[in-house]
Write a protein that binds this ligand. Structure first.
Ligand code: FAD
Length: 659
């Protein structure tokens, strides 16, 4: 155990890349005492990830800056396929829509990682005093097993080392060629892990200092070479392939006609992917031959922008490509691996590249890494704040490890098809069938959007248990009441109107990421007396002292429903025939300071300017019956039931939340 001066912290985040920063946004928003450290001295300002998926935009939107990134990003709407014809001449063989239409309000877009990190950092600063502590890395970690189950304990003891700037800079100088153009080789999986060398160097350097801390929770968001992963004995399982790919971020000068489309190009000289970016830039993913003419494996460190652009010209011939501006470049070897465990005792967690690595071409890494900590953040904050039981944290590993495994399977298929050479004819069994490639690509788009994530049955996903996952403590929601609101998935969004002012809203816009659980009361046609009395009875049950809203109030919340829950009504009667103030008060609460709350009652009706959202029809909800949908703070559907099922709801929340 540590002795001497020791400070205490609720959550320590190691690594300020996309996953670490996303976690910090939750901590900032939910007011959790948090520190975030990074061994780097500077933020990245070029390169790495650039693909942003639909679900990521939905998450950003729930944080309040989705529209800003959406405006700034380059939107990708169509994918074009280029293949060799019988005489090996490259031709445009097909075009398909990029994001599945109707799936989300947002489509796939590109913006480089540094700008995404900027938005996350601004949000963290706006909501808290959390600042990234650059030039700081962990040196030791131990978990006191006697304390792991104690709610108020600080079982994780750590030593942090604060570096002095020149020491941290050695990381970049490991590249012997010192190129002028910023390159990502030192951060790609071609480069060796520099963490231990950096630490040893720091330990023998004058001016560095150590600090001892005790943490309730530690989260390793420290990338593919994760130090935290090693400390908790999680092992990366999977394979590396010999496929080497280069990446060039350039402003292209070219006669290739589809340079502003996302293109998948297979030619007899290799494969290439074109990703149009913001500010005239285009990213090229270029397959590099992994052996030379004599069959010897090539020295990957001989890869540079010049030979990458040469390879691009070979693939694109007879078209030509060159550049005057190159923003960044790198090379990497494809490998698909998943961490053997995502947490130790639900006290130390791993997220992002620390537990899954794969090829970057499908634009998943930054997205899935942020989705990991978006999943973990609200759970961790609820537990730290004493609102939820520690058992909630177990769902992080079960939910996210499954997604990581699906990601790796998807990427294995996708990469193999992308890296293989096109089949010459149907007898060419080793070549890639380009029709299959296109089909995998199309299906992959749904997975890649992030909107197809379907969490399994658990205490927070009340869906039918399936073999091998039968849990006696699971409640089962009534999926048939809303067949198109799948329990375990994020809720699809349709337009509804505010009853008080007729303004149209997308349902998802009403679900901000602030830590609240949301109860969506699809009250149905409340002009029908029988349905109105069911709705009123549900309101009465909610107001009872035994109801979950009154049983689980945040510390210090007096009266009202507190901030742990928000109850939103969506009815299906004609808007003009319903009077807001004739509805039960519990659904649009009154406060002496602010009067009635006008932002709680919505209607599925035609808007003056944006048509009819047909929410009931789209969700498959019968307006004569309605239903209640419980939403997690991360917009995933937890439970569905009748307006009479308040006891089920009380039991549901009783298992997760503290009294
Ligand atoms: P990282 O971004 O790696 O961040 C980890 C952070 O932890 C770093 O800041 C690091 O300095 C810090 N750190 C590491 N060790 C320590 C330590 N011991 N102590 C303190 N701090 C530490 N993803 C996409 O979604 N779309 C793409 O198009 C895409 N393209 C890519 C292209 C390339 C060439 C590469 C290399 C990656 C690409 N990715 C892409 C992947 C994406 O960049 C990563 O998946 C994403 O950055 C992972 O986020 P992370 O926060 O988990 O890890």
């Amino acid at each position: 155990m540590l002795s001497g001066n020791v400070s205490k912290i609720d959550v320590l985040i190691i690594g300020a890349g996309p996953s670490g920063l996303m976690l910090a946004t939750w901590m900032a928003r939910m007011g959790v005492k948090t520190r975030i450290v990074d061994k780097r001295f500077d933020r990245i300002n070029s390169g790495q990830a650039d693909g942003l998926q639909s679900r990521t935009f939905e998450i950003f939107d729930s944080l309040g800056f989705g529209q800003d990134i959406w405006r700034e990003a380059n939107h990708m709407l169509e994918i074009r396929f280029w293949n060799p014809d019988r005489s090996n001449k490259l031709y445009r063989s097909d075009a398909i829509v990029d994001t599945v239409p109707g799936l989300s309000r947002f489509q796939q877009a590109t913006l480089h990682q540094a700008r995404v990190e900027d938005h996350l950092l601004n949000y963290i600063r706006k909501h808290s005093e959390i600042e990234v502590e650059y030039g700081c890395m962990p040196e030791s970690l131990s978990i006191n097993m006697d304390m792991v189950e104690g709610d108020d304990e600080y079982p994780v003891a750590m030593t942090l080392r604060h570096l002095v700037k020149p020491v941290a800079k050695t990381e970049t100088s490991n590249d012997p060629r010192k190129p002028v153009i910023p390159n990502g080789l030192y951060r790609s999986n071609i480069a060796a892990d520099t963490t231990d060398a950096l630490l040893q160097n720091a330990q023998s350097t004058e001016g560095t200092r150590t600090e001892k801390i005790l943490a309730k929770y530690v989260v390793g968001c420290d990338g593919a070479h994760s130090w935290t992963r090693r400390q908790i004995g999680s092992v990366m399982e999977g394979e590396h392939t010999d496929y080497i790919w280069g990446v060039l971020d350039i402003i292209p000068i070219t006669d290739f006609p589809d340079i502003r489309y996302r293109c998948a190009i297979h030619s007899s000289s290799g494969s290439m992917m074109v990703i149009p970016r913001e500010d005239r830039y285009v990213r090229l993913y270029i397959q590099v031959t992994d052996t030379d003419e004599s069959g010897k494996v090539i020295d990957r460190f001989k890869i540079n922008p010049e030979n990458l652009v040469q390879a691009a010209n070979n693939i694109l011939a007879p078209y030509k490509i060159s550049y005057k501006h190159c923003h960044w470049w790198t090379a990497y070897r494809i490998g698909q691996r998943v961490g053997s465990k995502f947490s130790a005792y639900e006290r130390v967690f791993l997220a992002g590249d620390a537990v899954h690595t794969h090829s970057p071409k499908a634009g998943q890494g930054m997205n899935i890494s942020m989705h990991d900590t978006y999943n973990l953040g609200w759970k961790l904050a609820s537990v730290v704040k004493g609102q939820a039981k520690r058992s909630l944290l177990e769902t992080y590993s079960t939910e996210r490890r499954q997604i990581a495994k699906e990601l790796i399977e998807f990427d294995q298929r996708f990469s193999r098809l992308f890296s293989g050479r096109p089949a010459k004819d149907i007898m060419d069994k080793e070549g890639i069938d380009l029709t299959t490639f296109k089909e995998v690509f199309e299906k992959g788009n749904l997975f890649a959007s992030g909107c197809a994530v379907d969490y399994g049955s658990s205490p927070i996903v009340a869906k039918m248990s399936y073999p091998g996952n039968a849990r006696s403590d699971c409640l089962v929601g009534k999926q048939d009441l809303a067949p198109n609101v799948p329990i375990g998935m994020r809720i699809p969004s349709h337009r509804i109107l505010n009853q008080s002012d007729a303004r149209p809203w997308h349902l998802q816009e009403l679900l901000p990421s602030d830590g609240a659980w949301r109860v969506l009361v699809f009250a149905g046609d409340i002009l029908e007396p029988a349905q109105f009395s069911r709705y009123s009875a549900f309101g009465k049950a909610l107001s009872s002292p035994d109801s979950f809203v009154n049983q689980h109030k945040p510390k210090g919340a007096e009266g009202g429903l507190g901030s742990l829950f928000e109850i939103l009504t969506i009815h299906s009667s004609p808007r003009a025939k319903v009077e807001l103030l004739s509805l039960p008060e519990v659904f649009h609460p009154y406060s002496p300071e602010y009067g009635w709350d006008y932002n709680k009652i919505y209607v599925d009706d035609r808007s003056h300017h944006e048509g009819h959202g047909q929410a009931y029809a789209n969700y498959g909800i019968d307006p004569r019956r309605g239903c209640v949908v419980v939403m997690r703070p991360d917009q995933y559907v937890s439970w569905i039931g009748e307006l009479e099922d308040i006891d089920e709801m009380n039991r549901f929340f009783g298992r997760i939340l503290t009294a």
